[in-house]
Design a protein around this ligand. Sequence first.
Ligand code: SAM
Ligand code: DTB
Ligand code: SF4
Length: 321
Amino acid sequence: MHQAAVSAPRHDWTVEEVRALFAMPFNDLLFLAASVHRRHFDANKVQLSRLLSIKTGSCPEDCKYCPQSAHYDTGLEKEQLMEVEKVLAAARKAKEDGSTRFCMGAAWRNPTDKDFTKVLRMVEGVKALGLESCATLGMLTGEQAHALADAGLDYYNHNIDTSEEHYKEIITTRTFEDRLETLANVRQAGMKVCCGGIVGMGESEDDRAAMLTTLATMDEHPESVPVNMLIRVPGTPLEGVKDTDPLEFIRTVAVARILMPKSHVRIAAGRQAMSDEMQAMCFFAGCNSIFTGEVLLTAGNAAPNRDQSLFDRLGLQPETL
Ligand code: SAM
Ligand code: DTB
Ligand code: SF4
């Protein structure tokens, strides 16, 4: 059996080793990933999270994939920060629908003081409902990270999105290093890290290997690793990139699973465009977390009845807290 299937999590992966995993024959790679998955998790349980955009649109950053950037006209209605009570009503509904984690997303470069106080109240309210809480608000100072942790925030999502080399092709208003700095602040404050990236932005397999190597060589692996498939939103600079190869996406999930055996690996954006069979292969390759509900932040997601039927047909069950 491959060493990775039996050994403890490693933090010293080299990019050459990770490229070699990507280069494995597909069947061998999936078998290895599934073996690693089973050592650490019940392979038939999937964690369910629910997203809510608490502040939509007009973001000053220029991320080429994002419908919420003010740099592109995607026809999105911009909105102010939502009222705390409205957010908590959505969280209650998420809980009723079986989600165990509620993730609040804001289209900010970083939170301002006034908005931040309101977000702290949202986090406290979500925790009081007995849900795990997650937020993604852009860059954080050390102080802000501590305040969120004190309010009870369990996870902070902040993606590296792609390799360091490819990053500057995708975003010019901040650096890869800025991302790592916020992630360090989140860790330092004692929160769990949700960090992953996007497949399908014209990156090479080597870029995907480099991105996963960055995650897998962190002192602590992110507890949650979202693998997004690019949603090509009309009006964004990436609207015309070529289709993501489903097999390359599944490979990325499998390699993430092998490198970070104890983390939840999530298929995040893009499930609406995936076939049931592609999702089934992702679950086999070690994906054990998804977002449920009709929308992600602004884009469509797989419909709830479709997910229910897929779970039934695959014998999958939602993970409970
Ligand atoms: N503004 C915050 C930030 O960028 O950290 C939080 C929200 S941002 C929308 C969260 C993540 O969603 C991005 O890092 C990116 O990975 C993902 N995302 C955004 N638009 C996407 C798209 N069109 N397709 C796939 N993933 C996307
Ligand atoms: C992540 O990696 N993907 C989620 C979540 N973290 C915040 C967001 C996906 C957004 C897809 C585009 C949209 O809905 O606007
Ligand atoms: Fe803003 Fe986040 Fe979208 Fe980038 S990904 S434009 S930071 S909302």
